[in-house]
Design a protein around this ligand. Sequence first.
Ligand SMILES: [Zn+2]
Length: 63
Amino acid sequence: MHNPQNGDCADCGREPPPLGDGTTLRSTYGWRLTLDRQPDGTTLAVWRCPECAARRRASRPDR
Ligand SMILES: [Zn+2]
């Protein structure tokens, strides 16, 4: 089930590698934790898999 708040990729819904809840370990696999602005003005911490993280970075280049 697509559940970003449970650690799945926010874009494609892929489940993260089974590494427990260690954010450092996930990051070593290329997963990225980002703060997404929600329509109601709050921010939500979501994970993205390496592919989605790269596509997002390409479509929204940093200054
Ligand atoms: Zn993804």
